[in-house]
Ligand binder design. Structure first.
Ligand code: SF4
Length: 269
């Protein structure tokens, strides 16, 4: 029996399928729970603080305001189940907040937020391609000084090596495609702002890059369709396995995928 197809593709689902088809199945198709991770929740906190900062009038976007925005974001996050799920004690929570503070302060080394002209923050875009829905949430869409659209994605993890930069830009190329479809205008620039170093990685979408994105996305979707039809999602080991929540069900680690199905059946009954 074929497995149900996912209803939509997002940049993170595309990346997840490419990284490991089996983990994609457990997460996206089966909906197995994954425990929250401190880096992911810290990323949520920093993104929210920067969103609040960019919602301020330009002349208010100072480091002092950013600290206030981070404090406000921390209050919001306190009631978030993902944050509660981390189970941080007071000392770990203080370290978590301090690390988020460093990331927010480093943002100011990358650009002057007073010069940013946002069109949208945490902007949800959706495009229908046949029966497939492509979705994305863009951290920030703005106009540059020449009037061109710029897609910005904040990153709170480590900066990739040079050979992996193009691969990491895949998500923002996807957003550029969504922008072109929704607004009828191709962004003139896409950029990843890595707050940990801090480093900005930029690219300039072209007819060719948009066409390439369409072809890669179509190829991934066909591969997902085939895998669902055949119920054939294979493990692909990499350093990501160290953080994978599904090792207990993964044959590459001596696990049994059938145990995941048992868990799902128990939850459904
Ligand atoms: S442990 Fe590694 S190979 Fe196995 S499902 Fe997770 S990411 Fe894939």
């Amino acid at each position: 029996m074929a497995l149900p197809l996912p209803r939509s593709l997002t940049p993170s689902k595309v990346a997840a399928f490419k990284d490991c088809a089996l983990a994609f199945r457990f997460s996206v198709i089966d909906g197995l729970p994954e425990p929250p991770s401190p880096p992911a929740v810290k990323g949520t906190l920093v993104h929210r603080a920067l969103q609040l900062l960019l919602e301020e009038p330009p002349d208010q976007r100072t480091p002092a305001t950013a600290e206030e925005c981070l404090a406000k974001a921390r209050v919001e996050l306190a009631s978030d189940p993902e944050f509660a799920g981390l189970g941080l004690d007071a000392e770990a929570e203080a370290a978590f907040a301090a690390e988020a503070g460093v990331l927010v302060s480093r943002y100011f080394q990358l650009e002057d937020p007073r010069r940013i002209d946002p069109v949208g923050l945490e902007l949800k875009l959706e495009v229908q391609v046949g029966s497939l829905t492509l979705r994305g949430i863009i951290d920030r869409l703005e106009r540059d000084e020449q009037g061109g659209l710029v897609v910005t994605d904040y990153k709170t993890g480590g900066v990739p090596p040079v050979f992996a930069e193009q691969q990491r830009l895949g998500g923002v190329h996807f957003y550029a495609y969504l922008c072109e479809q929704v607004y009828g205008e191709r962004p003139s620039r896409i950029q990843l702002l890595y707050l940990s170093e801090p480093v900005a990685i930029m690219a300039y979408p072209s007819e060719q890059s948009i066409r390439g994105l369409q072809q890669r996305t179509t190829a991934i979707w066909r591969a997902v369709e085939r895998a669902c039809e055949r119920e054939d999602f294979r493990p692909r080991t990499s350093r990501l396995c160290d953080w994978c929540a599904f090792q207990a069900y993964c044959p590459a680690f001596g696990g049994d995928p059938a145990r995941a199905q048992d868990l799902l059946a128990t939850r459904a009954s």
